[in-house]
Design a protein around this ligand. Structure first.
Ligand code: MN
Length: 733
């Protein structure tokens, strides 16, 4: 474990003005605070914050960051308070330690959606001071180095989180060394066999090719010094995780990888970089398409270098990176390499913002989060890299909702709250009305339009990607259907008791449940509503001596509405004079000449339907909606099919035939009510056929004359709202 004087020495090595007394005070404070606490490894706990501080001295960071690292676990794990730390170490350090304490609490959650939200919080937490992030990453690195002492399930979770969040974030901040080590450690824990296999192969290759590396190094060095360029040349193997990732990404075998070796040339001045490239390209042929100049155009994370690949000695492909020593520091340490964090100077955000693209990215990201006005950019730069299989959307208030790719506004609504999902009737995506089945994109702001008393349609199940939404839709539709049948059954039962002249009471029905072989009153009512139990049998179950006089039942209470009271009627047909215009030309494209046209005899067709014409020689053309089952009769006669479509621009004012099937309770007034609804909606009844399907229900086949599909759908919806109506559907044949 690092001794007190060692810590000071490490800092002194790069910062002669380090506050020795402050560092000593922190060391002693942490040791006392953590006392006899132990780590999973058995080491004294305070060895951990000291190791974290040591990692940060490698990054040559300022006193405050080092001290914050030494103290980073004291608020969470000991009796220390922020106030005490502020008193002893000042407000700057107290703020850093408090920020780290908040982040520590985030680590405890592992669920993916929660993790996304935590990532947002992580970025917000480092908004105050980027040094918090540097300590956090060093903390994670030391925990990864000692991960083997943790229980296996914790190892997996921590390693996964490291690979998904901390390593990419380190990369985004340009801290390549940190990223590499985090990735390699996580890889070894998550895929020990793959890691071991690749390592073995690399060792074999190194034995075989070690001489080649040394000779290429020497050749390069000689070549450059001959031309008076001062340079350090270093050959190296790629790391196992980056090799594995490449094999995965390109689905190739280890043997097919061509660039396992790379060489790095570091020089003093920028112009030397270009001179090196000139020398290399003169000596060896370059591989086309592999030259990249990140010096003139740095990467978003401040990385600068020139990359090229040449065909080197022994026809080996050799990858080269050329950069200055300063660029090399930035490439390894990223934002931490910035001079503002060194030499005991306080980080000046303005200068940092001006000089570091990585810091600009971070600031921009954080600003976006804080303002919540352009989430797209935020996500573009962060989550896409971190969570490729998720989309991140926002509520109008800026709450982040993480969903799997392919999710729709319905998933979004249920993710917010089950009630929001159940009452959703529409959605606005980025302020525009959008179908509820639209696929959400990263950064979408989604507003759910709600209406109370809604029931989610069962077809929604097909539009959702999340299990949560699917389960909720199933539950809600099941409940709604049961309620509907129960209400319907209750009406029927009340009427039946009334007709029998017997009082209805729930407790009496309760006593009769065994006779009906049902467990509850609602169950009986729902069964009556579904037509499984006849309402007269319910009356008899409650009053066993009651004998039903069917004729009595049949008496309509009001004669003019009595059509429905005829229980034994097989069917009743009412024919009305039609008003379909025969004279006006039909608004249909694709008709042939003056052939007579009629509409499908069993169900008709209306503007808005997709239609086909069937030609019958000697008779004319019959127009069918495409969904009509009658069309199968013409399947083997393709020569009779005509390509026709409605001319919706024609502004035709006529009426067209359509057929609906209505199932309703058998009671006085029902038919009158249905006829009224249809009349009030401006549609006309051409024909009604009534079937007795059970004593409690009647089925009506109604031929309508209607303006178009929208009109028809309006009539159907309106009929469905009536309590006596149990089912309405369109019939096509
Ligand atoms: Mn820690």
């Amino acid at each position: 474990m690092m001794r007190q004087y060692e810590l000071v020495e490490r800092v002194r090595r790069y910062n002669p003005h380090a506050d020795e007394e402050l560092l000593d005070r922190a060391y002693v404070y942490a040791m006392k605070a953590h006392g006899a606490q132990r780590r999973a490894s058995g080491d004294p706990f305070y060895s951990h914050p000291l190791e974290v501080a040591a990692i940060l001295t490698d990054l040559k960071l300022d006193d405050a960051t080092i001290v914050a690292a030494v103290l980073h676990d004291v608020i969470e794990d000991t009796d220390s308070t922020r106030e005490e730390i502020e008193r002893i170490f000042g407000p700057d350090i107290a703020r850093l330690v408090e920020g780290l304490t908040k982040l520590k609490r985030l680590d405890l959650v592992s669920k993916r959606a929660v993790q996304a939200e935590n990532f947002r919080k992580l970025l917000l937490a480092i908004a105050a001071d980027v040094r918090v992030l540097l300590v956090k990453l060093a903390d994670r690195l030391h925990n990864m180095r000692t991960l083997r002492f943790m229980p296996p399930e914790k190892q997996a979770r921590i390693a996964e989180e490291t690979l998904e969040i901390y390593a990419p974030l380190a990369g985004r901040m340009g801290m390549q060394s940190m990223r590499d080590e985090l990735e390699e450690l996580a890889f070894q824990h998550l895929m020990p066999e793959a890691a071991a296999t690749i390592k073995t192969r690399l060792d074999e290759l190194r034995k075989k090719n070690g001489k080649i590396i040394a000779s290429v190094e020497k050749e390069l060095r000689d070549e450059l010094s001959m031309r008076g360029i001062e340079a350090s040349v270093e050959g190296r193997q790629k790391l196992p995780y980056s090799i594995w990732r490449k094999m995965e990404r390109k689905s190739i075998a280890f043997e097919q990888l061509s660039d396992i070796f790379g060489f790095r040339v570091c020089v003093n001045k920028v112009e030397d970089c270009y001179r090196v490239i000139g020398v290399v390209h003169t000596k060896w042929p370059s591989v086309p398409g592999r030259f990249k100049d990140y010096i003139s155009t740095p990467k978003e994370n401040d990385y600068r270098s020139i990359h090229t690949t040449v065909v080197g000695p022994g026809r080996q492909r050799v990858e080269l990176q050329v950069r200055t020593h300063d660029m090399h520091d930035v490439a390894r340490y990223g934002i931490a390499a910035h001079s503002l964090y060194k030499d005991g100077r306080v980080a000046d955000r303005e200068i940092l913002t001006r000089e570091s693209r990585a810091y600009q990215w971070l600031q921009r990201t954080i600003d976006l989060l804080a303002e919540g006005d352009s989430p797209e950019e935020f996500l573009e730069h962060t989550k896409l890299e971190l969570f490729p299989d998720q989309v991140f959307c926002f509520t109008p208030k800026g709450q982040l909702i993480a969903l799997p790719r392919g999710a729709t506004p319905i998933d979004f609504a249920y993710a917010v709250h089950t009630d929001v999902g159940n009452s959703a009737v529409g959605a606005k995506i980025n302020g525009r009305i959008a179908p509820l089945g639209s696929e959400l994109q990263n950064g979408d702001e989604v507003e759910i339009v709600r209406a109370e008393g809604q029931v989610p349609p069962a077809v929604w199940e097909k539009l959702v990607a999340t299990g949560k939404a699917r389960a909720a839709i199933r539950r809600a539709t099941r409940d709604a259907v049961r309620t509907q049948y129960t209400n319907l059954g209750k009406q029927i039962v009340m009427r039946a008791f009334e007709r029998a002249g017997k009082p209805f009471a729930e407790d009496k029905l309760k006593a009769a449940l065994p006779r009906l072989a049902r467990l509850g009153i609602d169950e009986v009512l729902a069964a009556v509503g579904r037509g499984e139990i006849y309402s007269g049998d319910v009356v008899k179950a409650v009053y066993p001596d009651f004998s039903e006089d069917r004729k009595g039942v049949a008496q309509p209470s009001r004669p003019e509405e009595g059509w429905f009271g005829l229980p034994k009627a097989e069917s009743l047909v009412f024919k009305f004079p039609g008003r379909t215009s025969e004279s006006a030309p039909l608004p249909i494209h694709g008709l042939q000449g003056d052939l007579p046209v009629r509409f499908a005899p069993n169900g008709g067709a209306v503007p808005g339907d997709r239609i086909v014409g069937i030609l019958t020689p000697g008779e004319g053309i019959t127009i069918y909606p495409i969904q009509s089952p009658d069309l199968t009769a013409f399947d083997d006669q393709p020569e009779r099919w005509l390509d026709v479509r409605w001319d919706l621009e024609a502004g035709h004012q006529g009426f067209f035939p359509a057929r609906i099937l209505v199932t309703a309770i058998n009671e006085p007034g029902t038919l009158g009510m249905i006829a009224t609804v249809i009349g009030d909606m401006g549609a006309n009844i051409d024909n009604i056929t009534i079937h007795v399907i059970s004593p409690d229900f009647r089925e009506m086949i109604i031929d309508l004359e209607i303006a178009d599909l929208k009109h028809l759908n309006g009539v159907v919806s309106e009929l469905r709202t009536k309590p006596v109506v149990s089912k309405v559907e369109r019939v096509n044949g």
